[in-house]
Write a protein that binds this ligand. Structure first.
Ligand SMILES: [Zn+2]
Length: 121
């Protein structure tokens, strides 16, 4: 329960702080842009089953893979200040949030190995 609360607080509330940090005058618009980056979770629709409570999405889903995460990070770090940079910041923070969830799940999994949690890497 607490893990879920933290997870969704990061996904929906913390990005409000990021939006404010990024541009204090347009933080509401930026918050909406960051909320829109949640659409990256549409890649879950390609998985079978679509939702599995014990699965780590990082390294499993296409848009959460080790191939695209570096693109998100590089875009967030090196693009000039723009909506696209903000989108990459949102995607990077989304991956951080999901990774936090994976590590939390792993820490509470007494019998699983780290390689099972991050099977996609
Ligand atoms: Zn996700």
């Amino acid at each position: 329960m607490f893990q879920t609360l933290v997870h969704y607080s990061l996904h929906f509330l913390a990005i409000g702080a990021i939006a404010y940090w990024y541009d204090k005058t347009n933080w509401k618009r930026n918050w909406l842009i960051l909320l829109a980056t949640m659409a990256v979770d549409l890649d879950h629709l390609l998985a079978d089953p679509i939702f599995h409570p014990g699965r780590c999405g990082i390294g499993f889903h296409v848009l959460h893979s080790e191939y695209v995460i570096p693109v998100y990070l590089l875009g967030a770090m090196f693009l000039k200040r723009s909506v696209l940079k903000l989108i990459f910041i949102g995607l990077s923070f989304h991956m951080f949030t999901d990774l936090t969830d994976c590590l939390w799940m792993y820490s509470e999994c007494g019998s699983c190995e780290i390689r099972e949690v991050f099977s996609g890497f």
